[in-house]
Design a binder for this molecule. Structure first.
Ligand code: KG4
Ligand code: ZN
Length: 370
């Protein structure tokens, strides 16, 4: 194994939604990935409740950081930097992570890197498949976003080619699961039911695939309405709803469009690597169809394992380590959470390098993690 001791050791904090994630990486090597999720607290509401998520982050923050440091077997004083999701995401939830990252960075005298959640979802694949090819096409599909992004350098250049014009892909899974009374989150359970259903049973619409439609944008709200109407009509007629066939046919409509557009973007842009990230990338049919279509088109597919696809701190640490490795400017102490941080900003550099305060550093050494 290569000697990785000289590579940047970075702790990453992720709190953009309902997962409190703390990861530690050295370069592209994953050392710890601690996650505390508040998903159960949101289940009865059928979606994430921002205030509940923020409070859960606050409670989980310090214990999750401690757990990650223990798991990695490193001391906080050896870190080369602290990275944190600065956006996009839920404002209050982000704020908890940003405040914690600032407190730790300041107390320990380490540089702070506010990074972009979407760029982190792409960068995490380095922990599984090694350095990202440049350029890489990325299809990011989760409960909050569905985008096609082209990146020639994940620390400085992320170009959006297309995005959803209404619902995110994961949101569609969650809504259809609710209509079918399958609970929240909907993705994993629909994936499971779909395995026993017929994906050709019902011909649901493929959004934005007409000849005049934008090539890389997505739309799932028409599909969602079509599926809901189909189910209602069955129920109104007193007929049983074939849950497995509905799940399989709905899922097929989503993954058909996602993979078709992603492969087309690769071809049009002359890119021979596609990475798929975000929670929906855990979907078994999406992985299989993407593999099939990429192979047919001569494209190398990279999809991280499901645990790295859903929100986690390792992805933030991975991008932070890349920022340190490429000497990108650290963020300043006035870094703020930006719920709509543009995808074109992989990180939030400060005007000047943050300076550390010696007395604070001393306190931290003596009292915190010596
Ligand atoms: O990336 P993520 O953990 O959080 C966001 O940033 O949104 O993604 C969560 C989303 C949820 O909508 C969930 O239903 C979906 O990812 N998801 C799946 C699967 N596992 C999670 N969707 C389809 N199939 C799955 N197996
Ligand atoms: Zn995400």
């Amino acid at each position: 194994m290569a000697d990785t001791r000289d590579e940047p050791l970075v702790l990453g904090i992720e709190t953009s939604c309902d997962e409190t994630g703390v990861g530690i990486v050295r370069g592209t090597t994953l050392l710890a990935d601690a996650v505390a999720s508040s998903v159960d607290e949101h289940a009865r509401f059928g979606g994430v409740v921002p205030e509940v998520a923020s409070r859960a982050h606050l409670e989980a923050m310090v214990p999750t950081i401690d757990r990650a440091l223990k798991e990695a077997g490193v001391s906080a004083k050896d870190l080369d930097g602290i990275a944190v999701t600065a956006g996009p995401g839920l404002a209050g939830a982000l704020l908890v992570g940003v405040s914690a990252a600032k407190a730790y960075a300041y107390a320990l005298g380490k540089p702070l890197y506010g990074v972009n959640h979407l760029a982190s979802h792409i960068c995490v694949d380095q922990l599984e498949h090694g350095p990202l090819p440049e350029p890489t096409m990325a299809l990011l599909v989760s409960g909050g976003h569905s985008s096609l992004l082209l990146s020639s350098d994940i620390t400085s250049d992320v170009r959006p080619l297309g995005a959803t014009i209404d619902d995110a892909a994961g949101e569609a899974f969650d809504k259809i699961a609710r209509v079918l009374d399958l609970g929240f989150p909907g993705g994993p359970v629909i994936d499971r039911y779909a395995r026993e259903g017929d994906p050709q049973a019902i011909a649901f619409p493929r959004g934005l695939t007409g000849p005049r439609d934008p090539a890389y944008d997505f739309s799932f709200s028409g599909l969602k309405t079509a599926v809901a109407r189909w189910i209602e009509a069955r129920r109104a007629a007193g007929e049983e709803v074939p849950v497995r066939d509905v799940a399989a046919s709905f899922q097929e409509a989503v993954v058909d469009v996602l993979t078709r557009k992603a492969v087309r973007a690769c071809r049009d842009e002359g890119v021979d690597h596609l990475m798929i990230g975000g929670g929906v990338a855990a979907n078994s049919r999406l992985r299989a169809l993407a593999q099939e279509r990429c192979e047919a088109a001569g494209i190398r597919l990279r999809v991280p394992r499901p645990k790295l696809c859903t929100d986690n701190g390792a992805m933030v640490a991975a991008l932070g380590a890349e920022m340190v490795g490429r000497n990108r400017a650290a963020s300043s102490w006035d870094l703020s959470a930006d719920s709509s941080l543009p995808v074109t900003d992989p990180h939030v550099p400060g005007e000047e390098q943050p300076h550390t305060h010696d007395h604070v550093h001393e306190i931290s050494k003596e009292n915190l993690y010596s």
